[in-house]
Design a binder for this molecule. Structure first.
Ligand code: FEO
Length: 393
């Protein structure tokens, strides 16, 4: 059954309810959608494809809409294989379709799929008339791959935005934001951004400024709902996250082998909770790091605690710190605590991390074996101090 969004523009995407780990790393408790769109004009146009296992589902929808006509154009806004690996299937059926792509995309199409011709090459700002409407192509490099572009349908005021403004979560029976309960999508948009786009705050800001002059009534992303009534909210989410703007609150991430460091974390949490309700405790060996990263992108305070392990920082905590560093997270209030049995190796890694992040360290508490009453008090004060800084700074 056809799903028309407006003026003969149709949703032809699919839901993936089978994949458990996106990019073989990130849990998908609500699945994910790969969105593609069909424009029925004097020329017929498909905007992006889907991951290869779902190509037949895409093809069935496209064939229904074409009703025997040829597919004139395929626009490739983004080359990551969750959107491009269906191209070969499509090209086998429609060998004469022109692939609208930029130079970087063409290079990747050759490298991934051996596609060497049949291109309609576009430059940044180019337009293409397809009958009753004009499509404009705007490059958005490093949001979050170098070849990314977005396509704007001028007459429809509609932006095909590639991954931008996308989120995890299947589209359960509907596609428009006005038809869906959006709670999970907003939460999953932050996790998607933090993990996948998070490193690229500056390019996202550049793209937002570049697209700021467009009159946009509908955003068609490659993942998640089609945005209409909630456009200002999702642009606001991207704007805040890409500026590393946060709310007052504290994320406490700890590693613990036998519960002693966890007890320290509990004291830190009590101190933080004496200041704010926004306190989130994560065990670095139990919480998937994508959820910890999402909370770190949300809250201004971050306190990490870990034991010494093989003469180094507990590995799961070290891995989390590396993931934060990769994303260049800015503007956080930081504290830390470490534990050991015979030789402490936690102070230095935390210090190095804080220096690399250019975060001021509010305090560090170390405990040999089990904490004393005085150390419990110091941990409480550490949590309280960081929480206060998230409110006052
Ligand atoms: Fe959904 Fe960057 O691919």
């Amino acid at each position: 059954m056809k799903r028309e969004l407006l003026n003969k523009i149709y949703y032809v995407g699919v839901n993936d309810r089978q994949k458990t780990l996106f990019e073989n790393m990130l849990p998908l408790p609500y699945g994910v959608s790969y969105n593609a769109y069909f424009i029925d004009d004097e020329k017929t146009v498909l905007v992006d494809t889907v991951e290869q296992p779902f190509a037949e589902q895409l093809l069935a929808q496209v064939q229904e809409l074409l009703a025997g006509r040829q597919l004139d154009y395929l626009i490739v806004n983004h080359m990551e294989p969750d959107h491009s690996s269906g191209i070969k299937t499509l090209q086998a059926i429609y060998p004469n379709m022109q692939i609208i792509a930029n130079a970087k995309t063409i290079d990747m199409l050759g490298g991934y799929y051996g596609i060497k011709d049949g291109f309609h090459v576009v430059k940044d700002g180019d337009s293409l008339n397809i009958g009753s409407r004009t499509l404009q192509f705007h490059f958005a490099p490093m949001v979050h791959w170098p070849e990314v572009m977005v396509t704007y349908s001028v007459e429809d005021k509609l932006l095909f935005s590639a991954d931008a403004f996308g989120c995890f979560g299947t589209l359960d029976g509907a596609v428009l934001d006005t038809e869906l309960n959006l709670d999970k999508y907003y939460t999953e948009m932050v996790r998607y951004y933090a993990c996948i786009v998070g490193k690229y705050g500056a390019p996202v800001q550049t793209a937002l400024k570049k697209l700021g002059g467009l009159d946009i009534k509908m955003i068609c992303s490659t993942h998640g709902p089609v945005w209409t009534d909630h456009i200002s909210e999702v642009i606001g989410i991207y704007d805040r996250l890409s500026k590393y703007e946060t709310e007052p609150g504290v994320v406490i991430a700890y590693g613990s082998m036998y519960g002693y460091t966890e007890e320290m974390a509990e004291m830190v949490a009590r101190g933080a909770a004496s200041v704010t309700k926004n306190v989130v405790l994560h065990d670095v060996s139990r919480s998937d790091h994508s959820y910890i990263l999402a909370d770190i992108f949300r809250y201004k305070g971050f306190i990490c605690g870990a034991p010494t392990y093989c003469g180094e920082l507990y590995p799961n905590a070290a891995t989390l710190l590396a993931k934060i560093k990769t994303r260049g997270v800015k503007n956080h209030e930081f504290g830390c605590f470490g534990s050991f049995t015979w030789a402490n190796a936690t102070a230095k890694p935390f210090e190095v991390f804080a220096e690399a992040m250019k975060w001021e360290m509010a305090g560090y508490v170390e405990v040999k074996q089990a904490m004393t009453a005085e150390q419990a008090e110091a941990l409480y004060e550490l949590g309280r101090a960081v929480a206060l800084k998230t409110i006052n700074n």
